[in-house]
Every structure is written in structure tokens, then in C-alpha cells.
Write a protein that binds this ligand. Structure first.
Ligand code: ATP
Length: 234
């Protein structure tokens, strides 16, 4: 297996006095997808926030391409090639689709992902490029959130529950775009409640329970029963 492009070592973090993560370890091999699963409140979003420096972490807790990056401020990560698609999408609501993408491109890296390429991937966004983000459906807004990450030309994408609040048929549309994204060499950690969906996409899985890693390994090594036990305990 290739060297990890991103790794987390002994990550402990939380909110003030409340510790939400306990010694979490994981490694994302370059060019692969890691599925991060676990029940509500297990600590998945918290882990993403801690990787990005939105919550406290220490220098050696996060490595990117072998270098410790846990002391870097959040805004230093997109120019290095690490971006998140946050839960709830967090678009600039008063800005158009095009403007949302443009702002992100300014803070990322240059590369093959341009706004035009995003519009090729999601043609509906090309049609609505001048429309305010608020006028879009939930699925279309999720496409903008993904497009916004892409135009920063990341090497690593952290995708936090991109299916949240979307109708199943819309979730299929959003997920249908992922293979084309991954083919461009982007590595990803994907948080997803639908375990079957994430198992089809990811080479590796990590399951968190109450802020601790309770299962970690190749996605095809685990049965559904293994995962249910990992989610909820014995
Ligand atoms: P979900 O699927 O519900 O998003 P999650 O696995 O992403 O779950 P987190 O949101 O990371 O879980 O929550 C981990 C723990 O941290 C939970 O106990 C949660 O209540 C707590 N927590 C999350 N956000 C905050 C916050 N802003 N302030 C205090 N505690 C928080």
C-alpha cells in the first residue's frame, strides 16, 4: 500500500473541558478513499474540525505527506491541498454559484479543476451559475459545496455527510459524481451514515465510537455484523 498522504496520530481534542476524541489514529493512503463511520455523536465531524485546526490539536497529531502540520492555522491548509466539504454545505448564501466557486479558487491551488470543469461535472450548476446559492435545491447546493472544494484543486478532500438532508434519488446523483473526481487522483475521507454506500466507495474503513477508534482496516474485511457491533458496542 502507498504511503499515507494524510495521517492522524493520537489525536485528542474537544470543546473546552469536554473531550470528544481520544487517541485517534488513522492513515489515508494516497489515491484512496477512507470511509469514516460511526453513530451520531461518535466524533466524526469533530475529527475533521481538529484535522483542520478548527479545534485544538498538536503539531505531531496530523501529518501531510510525511510532514507534521498540526501547528498550522486552518487557512494554511487549502493552499497546501487539503479541503473540507462541511456538513450543512455552508455556502455564501447571498453570492451566486459562480461567485461561491470563484472565492474558493482564490484560496486554493491552481490545477485542472476550473469552474468550467465543475460545470461539466454538474451541468445544472452551469445553467444556474448566475443564480444565488439560496435559490438552488438542497442537492444542487451540495454540488456547489463539492465544486467549491474542487476548484481549490485539493489533493485531499474531507467530505462530511454529503447526503445529509437529501432525498435518496438526489444522493445518488451526488455520489455518481465521485468516481470522476477520484479519477483525477484526489484522496478522500468520507463521512457517511449509509454504510453500504461507503463500503462500495472506500478501500478502508475507520469506525469511531464515543471518540475512540473501535474498528479500522480494509473495507472488505468487515461483515455487516462487525460494523453493527463497532457502531453500538457489544
Ligand atoms: P453526527 O453524525 O451527529 O454529525 P459526529 O460523529 O460527527 O455525529 P460530532 O459532531 O463530532 O459527532 O460530536 C462528537 C461529540 O462532541 C458529541 O458528544 C457532541 O455532542 C459533541 N459536540 C459536537 N459539537 C460540539 C460543540 N460545538 N460544543 C460542544 N460539544 C460538541
Amino acid at each position: 500500500m502507498s504511503d499515507p498522504i494524510l495521517s492522524v496520530s493520537k489525536m485528542s481534542s474537544g470543546y473546552g473541558d469536554f473531550q470528544a476524541l481520544f487517541d485517534v489514529d488513522l492513515a489515508l493512503p494516497a489515491g484512496t478513499v477512507l470511509g469514516l463511520v460511526g453513530a451520531n455523536g461518535a466524533g466524526k465531524s469533530t475529527l475533521f474540525k481538529a484535522i483542520l485546526g478548527l479545534l485544538p490539536r498538536e503539531t505531531e497529531m496530523v501529518h501531510f505527506k510525511g510532514k507534521p502540520i498540526g501547528a498550522l492555522p486552518t487557512e494554511a491548509l487549502p493552499p497546501m491541498g487539503i479541503v473540507m466539504v462541511p456538513e450543512g454545505r455552508r455556502l455564501f448564501r447571498s453570492l451566486s454559484v459562480d461567485e461561491n466557486l470563484m472565492l474558493s479558487a482564490e484560496h486554493g491551488r491552481s490545477g485542472e479543476w476550473t469552474r468550467e470543469k465543475v460545470y461539466d461535472l454538474f451541468p445544472i450548476l452551469g445553467e444556474k451559475r448566475h443564480a444565488p446559492a439560496t435559490s438552488l435545491s438542497g442537492g444542487q447546493q451540495q454540488m456547489v459545496a463539492i465544486g467549491r472544494a474542487l476548484v481549490a484543486n485539493p489533493e485531499v478532500m474531507l467530505l462530511d455527510e454529503i447526503s445529509l438532508g437529501l432525498a435518496p434519488i438526489v444522493v445518488n446523483d451526488v455520489y455518481a459524481a465521485l468516481p470522476a473526481i477520484l479519477e483525477t487522483g484526489i484522496s478522500a475521507i468520507v463521512v457517511e451514515q449509509d454504510v453500504e454506500r461507503v463500503r462500495n466507495l472506500a478501500q478502508n474503513l475507520v469506525c469511531l465510537r464515543e471518540g475512540r477508534v473501535v474498528l479500522s482496516g480494509a473495507a472488505n474485511a468487515f461483515s455487516k455484523a462487525d460494523l453493527i457491533t463497532a457502531y453500538f458496542g457489544e
